[in-house]
Design a binder for this molecule. Structure first.
Ligand code: SF4
Length: 473
């Protein structure tokens, strides 16, 4: 194996140089190893040679470390697994292909090529799951407005036209001289074109919850709506400040508070960029990167917006861990009349699990705040109250109880989603927590648990977990 790695690494580096658009998130991840796999296809058998199945994964890991193949060794390993997975699918070994593709995703979570192999292998192994071809055929009849209406910022200072977890291709940076050049950049146009031609080729069919739950509008409806769009995005999501009061293992390894100079930089963008975007948007989501009440920048932005907005139009959608969102914070920011939605990310139904998945959190304080928000929702102070749960090994058995707790609070929606590896888990730890992976020792218990009729409740939204329930039924 050692002999084959340097030439493969050369091909990999060449692809990265020729296609810089395939790298996102500060160069940490390649979003489509398909180009590399096509260029290196004739070397796939040599890569797989001399290795028993069980020995392949540790041998590859060791060989890459021994060869010290820098730069990008992490995403290079992911691409090698994707290459091996593609070859195993061709050979008809879906079980091994699936293991390899899951391993590729553990290294490089945005690799849509590897994600597609997982979906194809899932169906080959269990025909009760939807086939990839069926999803592609369905998408030809559907439309998604996000690439035309939505804009999201990220901690890397980039703009995206959908959640970057689902369409991991940036369309420009926050330093761009003007917004229109970003909205009409070649990448932005390519993403829109992929919706218009029905290929959805930049979309994650594994992670996107509206693809997973088959809840996209029809193509005709979408095309008709295009005529109504204005110049500015209708929906903005600000996720550029990672500051948070917690350090959840699924998100980060330590607590993050951005330094003063970075905060000043974001503050300086407020007047030129962020406030005009907020004023023109119909929905303003803050934030997908940390906590809006722990970030000084986001808190100031919200205070200014609420104080100066020309009308109380209920445009804010607040995503928070909820620990700091009490009556005092509500009043201090001046949220009355401005909030449409509140989404609380919790991931646990017991204090014991919460202590692990929400490191530095406070379960009792959270539940006091949930009761405050429940009262506010019942009083009509905002319109949509959602709780969210990222499913992993440590918490999957608490999913039914989480639904019961949400119903007792009178929430409007209870969302579930699959775990991602944001680079905070080692591949081994991620494999241990990734309960949706077929080879996980407790995967069958997860499927059995999904049979609980409580998940039929209309306020439950299984999103990208939905396909597992189809299999369990
Ligand atoms: S990933 Fe999903 S939500 Fe995003 S543009 Fe594609 S279909 Fe729409």
């Amino acid at each position: 194996m050692h002999k084959i790695l340097p030439p493969l690494h050369e091909i990999f580096q060449k692809i990265l140089q020729e296609h810089p658009e395939t790298v996102s998130w500060k160069g940490q991840n390649i979003n489509n190893s398909g180009l590399f796999c096509a260029a290196a296809a004739d070397m796939a058998d040599a890569l797989l040679q001399d290795c028993e199945k069980d020995g392949f994964i540790p041998a590859l890991r060791q060989a890459v470390y021994d060869e010290k193949l820098e730069p990008n060794s992490f995403i290079f390993i992911g691409a090698l697994y994707a290459l091996a997975a593609a070859r195993m699918m061709e050979r008809g070994d879906a079980a091994f292909a699936q293991r390899l593709a899951e391993e590729a995703i553990a290294y490089s979570q945005f690799d849509i090529f590897a994600q597609n192999i997982v979906l194809k292998a899932n169906h080959a192994l269990d025909p009760a799951t939807r086939s990839f071809e069926d999803t592609e055929a369905w998408l030809k009849t559907r439309f998604c407005m996000f690439p035309f209406t939505m804009l999201e910022t990220t901690t890397s200072g980039e703009f995206y036209r959908c959640c970057p977890s689902y369409v991991p291709m940036p369309i420009g940076t926050m330093d761009a001289p003007d917004l229109q050049s970003v909205l009409n950049s070649p990448a932005a146009q390519a993403i829109r074109e992929s919706i218009l031609d029905g290929s959805f080729k930049y979309c994650s069919k594994l992670q996107c919850p509206v693809i997973g739950s088959r809840s996209l509008m029809s193509r005709e409806e979408g095309l008709a709506k295009l005529a109504e769009l204005g110049e500015y995005p209708e929906e903005v999501t600000f996720s550029h400040d990672a500051s948070c009061n917690l350090s959840c293992p699924s998100c980060r390894t330590h607590r993050v508070v951005i330094p003063k100079d970075e905060q000043d930089k974001f503050d300086s963008l407020s007047e030129r960029l962020l406030v005009p975007l907020m004023n023109h948007a119909k929905r303003i989501s803050i934030c997908g990167s940390g906590d809006p009440f722990a970030s000084i920048h986001f808190r100031n932005l919200l205070i200014n917006y609420c104080k100066n907005a020309s009308e109380k139009a209920r445009k804010l959608a607040l995503q928070t861990n909820g620990v700091l969102l009490d009556r005092k914070a509500w009043d201090a920011v001046g949220l009355d009349g401005h909030v449409k939605e509140i989404l609380i990310s919790i991931d646990a139904a017991t204090e014991e699990t919460y202590a692990v998945v929400r490191r530095d959190g406070n379960f009792k304080r959270l539940h006091e705040n949930l009761r405050f928000l429940s009262d506010m929702r019942r009083a009509g102070a905002f319109d949509i109250f959602t709780t969210r749960f990222v499913v992993q090994q440590i918490n999957f058995r608490e999913m039914p109880e989480f639904v019961r707790q949400g119903k007792a609070l009178g929430v409007d929606c209870i969302q579930f989603s699959q775990l991602r590896n944001w680079g905070t888990f080692s591949p081994e730890d991620y494999a241990g927590q990734s309960i949706t992976a077929r080879e996980h020792p407790e995967h069958q218990a997860f499927l059995d648990m999904l049979k609980d009729p409580i998940f039929d409740d209309p306020i439950v939204w299984l999103g990208n977990i939905d396909n597992f329930r189809v299999r369990a039924a």
